[in-house]
Design a protein around this ligand. Structure first.
Ligand code: HEC
Length: 140
């Protein structure tokens, strides 16, 4: 199985039920992932003022306003798609966002769980954890 196929598996899994015991979303774990992988662009608070983000002509999204921009409902599916790298963000052609689905999968495959199915599950857990962390950042 190559990385693209793995990503497809992970994508398929991501659209299934969100809570399987061992891989349930965990906002505390999500906070760690956010600090490691997202803060440089999206900033400490999620406002999009990270040190790398400031170099972008098109600034990284303000991740605190995801619900506000969606009639007060957190757009879970769109956020998952954006993180996996599947989302087409209107008006911008290809996303400048790194493709985290690929990144997390290849990281997991180099970790202790080498089995591709395990790697896909680990990736799903990471994505959903960071999504639940982002959900907690939303402002009214
Ligand atoms: C290298 C800079 C960079 C990093 C690192 C980064 N992002 Fe982004 N992100 C962007 C940019 C720029 C956009 C704006 C959309 C675009 O132009 O592609 C964006 C958009 C998004 C969106 C879409 C918001 C919407 O309105 O749909 C989400 C969700 C998101 N990022 C989450 C994350 C998460 C979670 C991480 C960490 C795992 C992360 N980003 C890491 C640059 C980054």
């Amino acid at each position: 199985m190559n990385t693209t196929q793995l990503l497809l598996v992970a994508s398929a899994l991501a659209t299934q039920s969100f809570s399987t015991a061992a891989h349930a979303q965990d906002p505390a774990f999500g906070a760690v992932i956010y600090a490691d992988h997202c803060v440089v662009c999206h900033g400490q608070t999620g406002s999009g003022d990270g040190i790398v983000g400031e170099l972008f002509a098109k600034r990284p999204a303000d991740l605190r306003l995801l619900s506000k921009g969606n009639d007060g409902l957190f757009p879970t599916e769109r956020v998952i798609d954006a993180i996996y790298g599947r989302a087409k963000i209107p008006g911008h052609g290809d996303s400048r966002m790194p493709v985290w689905g690929d990144h997390f999968i290849s990281e997991a495959l180099h970790g202790p769980a080498i089995d591709p199915a395990d790697a896909a599950m680990i990736t799903q857990g990471r994505v959903l954890s960071v999504v639940s962390y982002l959900q907690g950042l939303q402002v009214e």
